[in-house]
Design a protein around this ligand. Structure first.
Ligand SMILES: [Mg+2]
Ligand SMILES: [Zn+2]
Length: 162
């Protein structure tokens, strides 16, 4: 099983409609259909990864530890719903503060995971709600599916479920 889905986090898995930056567990509100959709993708043999820009760290709004703690909880909640997230990568930088090679649209987070898990590029897909997610996918040499922010992704992923 060497094909993967790379998921953006905010606006795709977690609802960020009310607050742009998410770092506390009481802000954890899952987008409609997320558990069912990820279960279906998993059944199709995709490994699941999350790749997320967390520029709020560089901006001093929250810490790397806050994000790690939240991701612990995220992974546990998914696990309770029979979903395995293989790994989460996030970029703690922001262009306002320092330029880096990982912040999407840079493809580095995706490229690292492709290398580490020996993933097939032609069968892997990035799902995001932002143009920068799509650009990162293209630059990493994989397909991208752009969904509507904070909406059930199901209508957009049907081609992956055939
Ligand atoms: Mg997003
Ligand atoms: Zn970065």
């Amino acid at each position: 099983m060497n094909k993967a889905i790379f998921l953006d986090r905010d606006g795709v898995l977690i609802n960020n409609l009310h607050q742009y930056y998410i770092w506390k567990s009481d802000q954890l509100e899952f987008v409609e259909g997320v558990f069912e959709n990820l279960q279906l993708l998993q059944k199709k043999g995709f490994q699941l990864f999350i790749v997320s820009n967390q520029g709020g760290i560089a901006r001093g709004l929250y810490s790397i530890d806050d994000v790690l703690k939240l991701h612990h909880e995220l992974i546990a909640t998914f696990r309770k719903n029979h979903i395995v997230i293989t790994e989460i990568l996030f970029c703690p930088h922001h262009n306002d503060k320092e330029k880096c090679l990982c912040r999407k649209p840079e493809p580095l987070m995706i490229e690292k995971l492709i290398a580490k898990y020996n993933l097939k590029k032609n069968e892997s897909v990035m799902i995001g709600d932002n143009e920068s997610d799509m650009e990162a996918a293209t630059r990493a040499g994989i397909a991208g599916i752009k969904i509507l922010p904070n909406k059930n992704m199901f209508p957009f992923i049907t081609t992956l479920l055939q």
